[in-house]
Design a binder for this molecule. Structure first.
Ligand code: C2E
Ligand code: CA
Ligand code: CA
Ligand code: CA
Length: 279
């Protein structure tokens, strides 16, 4: 439909076909990719604003496709969710992340929490509790070093069974955060009930913090509310030092974003964590 103006009857867009083609190909290749270990986790540092230290890493999946090169998750996670493959893929992510925590601790790195993203389907179809328990045990990792990032959509679906699962997960000793906070529907009551530890303020509010008064007041309100509820806050998508300083004056606890580092392979992330200190 790119040339709509010139030819209003042209409903056929070769670009759309290419998209469908790509989706079919990726969908087909996903399963193979999982068998052939084509996925990797990159890690993006999370910096504590009080001490200026890297205290966490978010694990973000990438696909090293043999023909197409490195593919970002935005292009295959939705397909994996539609096909259900997100469940075994998500299991792999959890195991891989736990293995990485163990490896970093063996290497004597300062201890860091590794945060893993979960999809709603992992709650509905997978046995998430068993996966997490096993992965931690097999890697010999203290659950305190694992964090699970949930989206608000997980909390609204079938609230009672999710609540039970989350309670069990929490009782293992790991922590829970709400990803993309502010974009969904979760109410304050939910946050209390689900016993989450941290809110990740969505990057759409952080991006224009310095120029958009509404975004600034949303961020300030989230941080105040989190403080009142005894929840930590992390702002994601921090790209410049002015935003960073503003967040600090708002008493945000942690930050994550390109200003510090992009997601990186595990060895680079370790070097960063070992040397980087923000003041
Ligand atoms: P997310 O969980 O909200 O992750 C944050 C995304 O923002 C990442 O994109 C990260 O690279 C990017 N980002 C970080 N700092 C900045 C910044 O300063 N500026 C900008 N513009 N972007 C920044 P990425 O790695 O492409 O991941 C996209 C989404 O894919 C994630 O969003 C998450 O929803 C999903 N995802 C990634 N890994 C996994 C996974 O292992 N499992 C599941 N279920 N989803 C995943
Ligand atoms: Ca996330
Ligand atoms: Ca996010
Ligand atoms: Ca997001």
């Amino acid at each position: 439909a790119k040339e709509m103006g010139r030819n209003a009857y042209c409903l056929f867009d070769p670009g759309m076909l290419a998209d469908v083609d790509e989706q079919l190909r990726l969908r087909h290749d996903l399963r193979l990719g999982l068998e052939r270990s084509e996925f990797v986790l990159h890690y993006q540092p999370q910096v504590d604003l009080t001490h200026g230290k890297t205290i966490g890493m978010e694990a973000l999946i990438r696909w090293n496709h043999p023909g197409l090169g490195m593919i970002p998750p935005g292009r295959f996670i939705p397909i994996a969710e539609k096909s259900g493959l997100i469940v075994p893929m998500g299991d792999w992510v959890i195991r891989e992340a736990c293995g990485q925590i163990a490896a970093w601790q063996r290497d004597g790195l300062p201890k860091m929490v590794v945060a893993v993203n979960l999809s709603a389907l992992q709650f509905q179809r997978g046995n998430i509790e068993e996966t997490v328990t096993r992965a931690l045990a097999d890697a010999g990792v203290d659950p305190a070093w694992l964090e699970l990032e949930l989206t608000e959509s997980i909390l609204i679906k079938d609230a009672e069974s999710v609540l039970t699962t989350l309670k069990r997960l929490k009782s293992l000793g790991l922590s829970l955060s709400i990803d993309d906070f502010g974009t969904g529907y979760s109410s304050l009551a939910y946050l209390k009930r689900f016993k989450v530890d941290k809110l990740k303020i969505d990057q759409s509010f952080v991006r224009d913090l310095m120029v958009d008064d509404d975004d600034a007041s949303i961020v300030r309100t989230i941080i105040q509310m989190a403080g009142n509820l005894d929840l930590k806050t992390i702002a994601e998508g921090v790209e410049d030092k002015h935003t960073l300083h503003h967040l600090k004056t708002m008493n945000c606890d942690e930050v994550q974003g390109y200003y510090f580092a992009r997601p990186m392979p595990a060895d680079e992330a370790a070097t960063f964590a070992d040397s980087y200190y923000w003041d």
